[in-house]
Design a protein around this ligand. Structure first.
Ligand code: COA
Length: 171
């Protein structure tokens, strides 16, 4: 299926940086699947079903985008879906080495699958999920970093009931 691309990650949680990549990828492909790693190497704040539910809230807002959870090798999942393209976002030079290793490992296992890198929007180039989790855990306002439905879930998780109002960065 040539018009299908898979955007894999941990999404713990989904940030506005991820959303930007997803929206731009949706302009290039007929269909995008946000593929959530069920058991990533890192410990997660949100369970896989929770991360999936947040991704599904985003899918409800963007046509042609779906969300799913995968376990095991990414290339096996991609083949099972009949896809050939992995989308990854690059934020800074520091991402390059890890992404390069991952893309080449995947290519060794599945030469028919191509990794496509998209430059993250400048305004989100500093952002990652760990920082968002830390800001939330310490009672900071995450409105500039995540969609509102993610902020709600973060606040529930971290036990924060009231948030200062924040100005959202526009896409
Ligand atoms: N905007 C904001 N943040 C972004 C971002 C963007 N556009 N792109 C990445 N990030 C952040 C993430 O939030 C995450 O932050 P964190 O580490 O602080 O939590 C970090 O960059 C990288 O995370 P992510 O993009 O989710 O990738 P990952 O490294 O967690 O996920 C998998 C990697 C799941 C795709 C990979 O491990 C995998 O394929 N696993 C399956 C097993 C497999 O096949 N292994 C062999 C291949 S190497």
């Amino acid at each position: 299926m040539k018009d299908l691309a898979i955007y894999p990650g941990t999404f713990d949680p989904l940030t506005l940086g991820h959303v930007d990549i997803i929206k731009r990828a949706a302009r290039l492909f007929g269909r995008i699947i946000i593929a959530i790693s069920a058991k990533p190497r890192k410990t997660t704040l949100f369970t896989a079903p929770e991360r999936l539910a947040m991704a599904k809230s985003l899918c409800a807002q963007i046509p042609k985008v779906e969300a799913d959870v995968f376990d095991g090798l990414l290339v096996d999942y991609i083949r099972a879906k009949g896809a050939h393209v992995i989308i990854r976002g690059l934020r800074a030079f520091s991402d390059f080495e890890y992404e390069f290793q991952m893309a080449l490992t995947n290519r060794q296992m599945a030469p028919d699958i191509e990794t496509l890198f998209m430059m993250t929007k400048e305004s989100y180039s500093f952002l990652n999920s760990s920082m968002v989790r830390e800001v939330a855990a310490l009672g900071g306002d995450t409105a500039k970093f995540v969609p509102d439905f993610v902020q709600k879930e973060l606040n529930k998780k971290t036990g924060i009931r009231s948030q200062k109002s924040g100005v959202r960065i526009q896409n």
